[in-house]
Design a protein around this ligand. Structure first.
Ligand SMILES: [Zn+2]
Length: 181
């Protein structure tokens, strides 16, 4: 396993369409293992292959909620409902956290590293994360889903600090890096 370099929003590759995974081989397994290690090293809860400069439809997610790691290959959102306002960040947009509007519930169909199909029904933070990562595969960032009427700056800041406190060794964000549009 190896930690790979995470590209940021200045990199044009981040806005490209990722291609479907067609070979469920050791190379895919290696990519997924590296993505997991890279995600944990960066204290992230999700990572898409494009973020490590591989244009393939592969994602790793671990919300650190006890459910463990999920690997999504060639994922598709097959149903979504409701609306959820939450604060999102992205390993490719370091230090920026904004309120977004996402579906409150999603149903996602995806393959695993062996090519088997599974269906995931997710809600709340998990639904937000699934949508965020699947967006990456089509070249989209969370900055396209900003809540046009965010709560006060202070509310956002408080939520942010609470979230940062949960991952104690997160050194990525200084409080003065929090900017609200
Ligand atoms: Zn992201």
């Amino acid at each position: 396993m190896a930690i790979r370099n995470i590209i940021t929003k200045k990199d044009p590759m981040l806005y490209k369409q990722s291609r479907p995974v067609t070979k469920f081989d050791d190379r895919l397994g290696q990519l997924l293992d590296d993505m997991a290690e890279t995600m944990y090293d960066a204290d992230g809860v999700g990572l898409a292959a494009v973020q490590v400069a591989v244009l393939r439809r592969a994602i790793v997610i671990d919300l650190q909620d006890g459910s463990g790691i999920v690997e999504l290959i060639n994922p598709e959102i097959i149903a979504s409902e409701g609306e959820l306002v939450d604060v999102e960040g992205c390993l490719s947009v370091p230090g920026e956290y904004y309120e977004t509007i996402r579906p409150a519930k999603v149903t996602v169909k995806a393959q695993d590293r062996h090519g088997e199909w599974h269906t995931y029904e997710e809600e709340g933070r998990r639904a937000v994360c699934f949508c965020h990562e699947i967006d990456h595969l089509d070249g989209h960032l969370f900055l396209e889903h900003l809540n046009p009427n965010p709560k006060s700056d202070k509310d956002q800041e408080r939520q942010m600090k609470a979230r940062m406190a949960e991952s104690e060794d997160n050194v990525e964000v200084a409080p003065d890096a929090i900017k609200v549009k």
